[in-house]
Design a protein around this ligand. Sequence first.
Ligand code: COA
Length: 283
Amino acid sequence: MQGLADMTDHDDAREPGVDDPEGPPSDRAVLYRESRGIAYVTLNRPGKLNALNPEVFRLLDESLTRFVESPDARVAILHGSGRAFAAGADIEHYLELSVVEYAGFMRVGNAVQQRVVECPKPVIAAVHGYALGGGLELALCCDLLVAEPDAELGLPEARLGLLPGGGGTQRLPRLVGSMRAAEMLLTGRRISGDEAVTWGCALSSAGHESALAAAEALAERIVRQAPVALQMAKVVLRAGRDAPLSSGLALEQAVGTLLYATDDASEGVRAFVEKRPPRWQGS
Ligand code: COA
């Protein structure tokens, strides 16, 4: 089996994943590669619509470590190979699990999701095809979610007699409102990418040939920003979601002042005045 290191590609612009015309197809459940400051993390169980199982979570965790520790990658794009982003947790795997093991599986999934949420660098979900159950929940943990117009997003767990276990009952209503989330949860209705944009839980891929291409365009813009400023923006945004406005504003002031003291802030201001592109040190 091919190792992660073998699949890292630092300076070409080939399409990632199994469709890579110059690389052999891989049976690895998650692929990782880097190109021009962007880390591509590809869910790669196309035959099972990228259903999430313990191996996927393990490799996702590994990919996140690789991304965080990379001196080159500044932003990650999470996407799926084949015809889906991810159709949720691997239902066949549930046949083998006791209640205690199910709880453990949920914990592992949640820990990986939390790593995405707390990742010091931005993560973009590029959603095409299905993003259902845990697939949608994973995408909702990313900083940005780009969806193709005909993507299908949903939380179908009630059809299985289950409850979403990765924040679907919590993150989704905070993004789209309680009534819309309730409709999705209680009826299993899948919304289109276009509806997700209208509802405010996705960005449109319009103007690009795919969600992946739209995510790349976003990533290329992100790469030009100061890394520490991005990290701090993530921290303040995240803290602000659960905080009263006054606490969020106080945090913004404190973090903003600290950021003003960084080398990158000096460089950014100087570069603007000198009418040249900034050279970020990440310090
Ligand atoms: N877990 C395990 N396997 C899954 C899966 C999942 N969540 N979703 C799809 N698959 C598998 C199917 O079993 C099938 O495998 P097979 O070819 O070995 O039989 C393969 O992926 C293709 O799926 P299929 O159902 O044939 O495709 P479709 O286009 O007819 O339907 C979906 C697509 C997404 C509507 C349908 O697969 C589905 O409803 N999946 C389950 C979604 C779900 O409930 N997610 C929440 C899980 S908690």
